[in-house]
Design a protein around this ligand. Structure first.
Ligand SMILES: *[C@@H]1O[C@H](CO)[C@@H](O)[C@H](O)[C@H]1NC(C)=O
Ligand SMILES: CC(=O)N[C@H]1CO[C@H](CO)[C@@H](O)[C@@H]1O
Length: 404
């Protein structure tokens, strides 16, 4: 049996060697170790560690893997620092199995901002079945370009590219990677389905602009787990059209905390439905759990959100709903928020108003449930809650005293 198996795989290898010798270009398609599948090592395609741009070689390795018909095609990035411009890894790919993208080394973005024209530095587009892993480093070199971010003063600013952008990606896993200093978001998941992100560390300076850890929009069934995210903006942000999203065991801070929103910036936004945030710790963030919608926004829904078992450590604004975000319009937000549960939220707050619900006067927040809230103020004033236009239900322990 084992003999027969070996004979089959060595026959396959021989056939591939013959084909590849004939083509003289796909030498990396030879399965080096049959149990690992076909390995497409970027170095074999011409990538070189160092300052020279290896983008072309990476594209060739991806295209070879994506066109590989057999099982378990693996793009492999060995140890070493590889300098890369904008990369678009496009499917659909031919294998029935997920493509594995294994980064053992460091991917470093070129420092010329004009090299980037799309939403991602490294984009995966129209791929069904993808595993990105390898323990390596995804270094966006954001420190070279953050100075060009004018989003603070310019509402129509162009966002700098995310380090990794998923667009129309299905059945994907991204795990065991270290992101540092993205130009924009570190990982942006949009128009995607069934994506799991876990065991990531994401790090950027507290002062870096719009460097969200993960941004999820227009996607269904996304799970984020067991990750540590310390950046200058939101730890995880949930944008329009995110449904059935679970965030479990994530540690955040510094940064702006876990956010739903900003919602309602554009006309005709899609609803946000079904969000679970559980077993998370926020450390020294400027918000804990925040839902924010723009003043003057068009109608949409943000409903069915559970925040459970969350620890706050020296957090400003642990629980906040702000439907007057941006504050640049006299019209109220039309985003209808309902069915929100805050359960077992504990720890320390650096603001006395630990619960602050500023809901829209035109579509008040419905069914906002507080159960077992136990926050301690690190200062001397009295801990309190303020609420506007919110229908609140409270059960169990309540510090601060809820507003009713
Ligand atoms: C929601 O996500 C869970 C996994 O987190 C999955 O098992 C379930 O099928 C999803 N539900 C829908 C309606 O997509
Ligand atoms: C590991 C851990 O902390 N798990 C907890 C996650 O949250 C649920 C409740 O939301 C608890 O039951 C688990 O024990």
């Amino acid at each position: 049996m084992a003999m027969a198996k070996r004979r089959v795989s060595s026959t396959i290898a021989t056939v591939l060697i013959v084909i590849c010798t004939a083509l003289a270009s796909c030498n990396a398609a030879v399965p080096l170790r049959p149990d690992l599948g076909a390995i497409f090592n970027v170095v074999t395609f011409g990538a070189k560690p160092g300052k020279s741009d290896s983008s072309q070689a990476f594209m060739k390795a991806w295209n070879a893997a994506c066109n590989y018909v057999g099982p378990r095609a693996r793009v492999f990035v060995p140890p070493g620092i590889f300098t890369l411009g904008e990369l678009l890894f496009e499917g659909p790919c031919k294998s029935q199995n997920p493509i594995i993208f294994q980064v053992a080394g460091t991917l470093q973005a070129v420092s010329d901002v004009s090299a980037f024209s799309s939403q991602g530095w490294i984009s995966f587009d129209t791929v069904d079945g993808l595993i990105i892993t390898g323990g390596g480093i995804i270094d966006g070199q954001g420190q070279n370009v953050w100075q060009y971010n004018d989003c603070k003063d310019n509402g129509d600013c162009v966002h700098l590219p995310a380090s990794i952008h998923f667009d129309d990606v299905k059945n994907a896993k991204i795990k065991g990677l270290n992101f540092v200093n993205a130009m924009g978001f570190h990982l942006h998941i949009s128009n995607s389905y069934l994506v799991r992100a876990h065991s990531l560390t994401i790090t950027a300076p507290e002062s870096s602009p719009n460097t969200d850890g993960l941004h999820i929009s227009k996607s269904n069934t996304v799970k984020v787990a067991r990750s540590t995210i310390r950046t200058g903006d939101d730890c995880v942000s949930i944008g329009q059209g995110a449904t059935n999203v679970t965030i479990n065991k994530v540690t955040c801070g510094p940064g702006h905390g876990i956010s739903v929103g900003s919602l309602g910036k554009l006309p005709n936004e899609m609803d946000v439905k079904g969000l679970i945030v559980k077993n998370c710790t926020l450390q020294g963030t400027t918000n804990g759990i925040r839902i924010k919608t723009y003043a003057g926004s068009g109608p949409s829904v943000a409903a069915g959100m559970l925040f459970s078992n969350i620890v706050m450590e020296n957090v400003l604004n642990p629980i906040i709903i702000d439907q007057n975000y941006g504050g640049s319009s006299n019209k109220p937000s039309q985003v209808r928020i309902s069915d929100v549960i805050y359960d077992n939220i504990r720890g320390t707050t650096n603001t006395a108003v630990a619960v602050n619900l500023k809901c829209s006067p035109s579509v008040p927040c419905q069914n906002v449930h507080f159960t077992n809230i136990n926050l301690k103020y690190t200062g001397t004033n009295t801990l309190s809650s303020t609420c506007a236009n919110a229908q609140v239900i409270s059960t169990g322990v309540q510090f601060p005293t809820p507003c009713l």
